[in-house]
Ligand binder design. Structure first.
Ligand code: G16
Length: 544
């Protein structure tokens, strides 16, 4: 079968952001738009020709159509074998797991993560390399450069393939295997965690939990693992049916978007444990009875307790966190005597450190936590890790957290997001801060004195690559910090993120409400960056 060569013209704006190319569905539906980007992947990632590709997505609107198109492109570009998740479904961590397990040359994951779906929602595509991780910047830049000069793409003609029946078919010379990724993923989880102990916790008669899959990709994985394998009561997984529009919701597991779950952990009949995951299953939120664990604290707690979990019993090698993530994990690393790395935002920056064996655990303030078991952050893994800790320590989430703070001090943390801000105004705000940087050290702002002020730059310790302008970082003598950066995952205008952190060593102050502790720092952050003046916004849209 001869591929058709189809003439095309380049699209501007196909540069992947923090995590792949994310646009409105309508943008992806334009003739040639998806095809151009995917052809640019095949043109630059030449090892895919003759190799194995993993393909699937979070099940959002346009997932199935995009998979049919990508299969025809893959066959025409010489891919020998494509593994497709049944129904076109693959969570991001499961995709990473199977790329590694079946030694594929790469994977294409269709997802806009936590962004809303549906015909008017967002769609996205990301390429993962043979290590199972998000393509590093050098790869995404090469793909982008190729999109700018592309004149043609290659496709085979083929009937629409049945994605729902397990088994192997062919398109031209390429084998298409529809497989069930849940089994591979569940097996990996069972190799890391004490399933018997978690099973006993569920059957103890005094433990109530819910996992909110937010009508997104984790539903089938969570039902199989939490309800079927671990024996939690049916209904423990809520919103477990994956829907193309996530039931009209915003599949972002945080206090603003998982309100129904949060409510279940409050009040007199509060659950002991609540957890949620996002659109593509890589994010997680952890809640206890009357208690929210910030993602930064979660990373620190997991690191401090990793020895209680079978998969990490022999200790951890090191920890990495993204720059805006609180420094709670640094304190744990110091006590454990292991290395701690501060990387730019984006899971892709952890890949080299994981591959080189320099770190075991890593995490981000954006509700992402993971380890060297795959090369993506992993929502369900984090939930199972916490369940394993609860079973091993026989304590509540709040008790574990309070003890952690007593031992290490508390890094009180909050993030303010100003969404869909005028992009020019947002750029102007950052430029204004950059101009201020040299004069800030030593200056008193409110009750704080500036110790460090820079535009974060990162040199990868493994390959020496440099990443510049990764966020404005202002550190104070007290250990407090303010970080400003623009999101790389939005699809409308610009999203300004302001990350705020204050260190509190005094246990008598650990239970104070976060907003009360952070208020003085919030005022400093707003004034310094002239947020209202420049964006017209007096208050953030989302506070996490
Ligand atoms: C992605 C990246 C994360 C990043 C997050 C937020 O997560 O994988 O590494 O922290 O976006 O990025 P930004 O602040 O630039 O919006 P996900 O879950 O959306 O793939």
């Amino acid at each position: 079968m001869q591929p058709h060569v189809i003439a095309t013209t380049p699209f501007q704006g196909q540069r992947p952001g923090t995590s792949g190319l994310r646009k409105k569905v309508g943008v992806f539906q334009q003739p040639h738009y998806l095809e151009n980007f995917v052809q640019a992947i095949f043109d630059t990632q030449t090892e895919l020709s003759g190799g194995t590709l993993v393909l699937g997505g979070d099940g959002r609107f346009y997932n199935r159509e995009a998979i049919q198109v990508i299969l025809r492109l893959a066959a025409a570009n010489g891919v020998k074998r494509t593994l497709v998740g049944r129904g076109g479904i693959l969570s991001t961590p499961a995709a990473s797991c199977v790329i590694r397990k079946y030694r594929a040359q790469g994977g294409i994951i269709l997802s806009a993560s936590h962004n809303p779906g549906g015909p008017d929602g967002d769609f996205g595509i990301k390429f993962n390399t043979a290590n199972g991780g998000p393509a590093p910047e050098a790869v995404t830049e090469a793909i982008h450069a190729r999109t700018l000069v592309l004149e043609q793409y290659r496709m085979l003609t083929a009937p629409t393939l049945d994605l729902d029946t397990l088994g192997t078919t062919r398109i031209g010379d390429m084998a298409v295997e529809i497989f069930d990724s849940i089994a591979d993923y569940a097996e990996l989880m069972e190799s890391l965690f004490d399933f018997n102990a978690i099973h006993q916790l569920f059957n103890s008669g005094h433990f109530q939990m819910r996992f909110d899959a937010m009508h997104a990709v984790t539903g089938p994985y969570a039902k199989a693992i939490i309800e079927q394998r671990l024996g939690a009561a049916p209904g423990t997984v809520m919103n477990g049916e994956a829907l193309e529009d996530f039931g009209g919701g915003h599949p972002d597991p945080n206090l603003a978007h998982a309100k129904a779950l949060v409510a279940l952990t409050e009040g007199p009949d509060a659950l002991d444990f609540g957890a949620a995951s996002d659109g593509d299953g890589d994010r997680n939120m952890i809640l206890g009875k009357h208690c929210f664990v910030t993602p930064s604290d979660s990373l620190a707690v997991l690191a401090a307790n990793a020895h209680l979990v079978p998969g990490y019993r022999s200790g951890i090698r090191g920890i990495a966190r993204s720059m805006p993530t609180s420094q709670a994990a640094d304190r744990v690393a110091e006590q454990l005597g292991v290395e701690c790395f501060e990387t730019p935002t984006g899971w892709k920056f952890f890949g080299n450190l994981l591959d080189a064996g320099r770190i075991t655990l890593c995490g981000e303030e954006s509700f992402g936590t993971g380890s060297d078991h795959v090369r993506e952050k992993d929502g369900l893994w984090a939930v199972l890790f916490w369940l394993n800790l609860l079973a091993a320590r026989q304590q509540s989430v709040a008790e574990i957290l309070s003890e952690h703070w007593r031992r290490f001090g508390r890094n009180v943390y909050t993030r303010h997001d100003y969404e869909a801000v005028d992009a020019t105004a947002a750029g102007g705000l950052l430029s204004h801060l950059r101009i201020l940087l040299p004069e800030l050290p030593g200056r008193r702002l409110g009750d704080q004195v500036v110790a460090l002020a820079d535009d974060f730059a990162y040199t990868d310790p493994i390959d020496g690559s440099r990443s510049l302008q990764q966020g404005i970082r202002i550190g104070f003598e007290s250990g407090a910090r303010i970080v400003y950066r623009l999101s790389g995952t939005g699809t409308e205008g610009a999203t300004l993120r302001v990350y705020l952190e204050r260190y509190e060593p005094d246990p008598a102050r650990h239970q104070l409400p976060t907003d009360e502790v952070m208020r003085p720092l919030v005022l400093i952050a707003r004034e310094l960056a002239q947020i209202e003046e420049r964006t017209g916004r007096a208050e953030p849209d989302v506070i996490t």
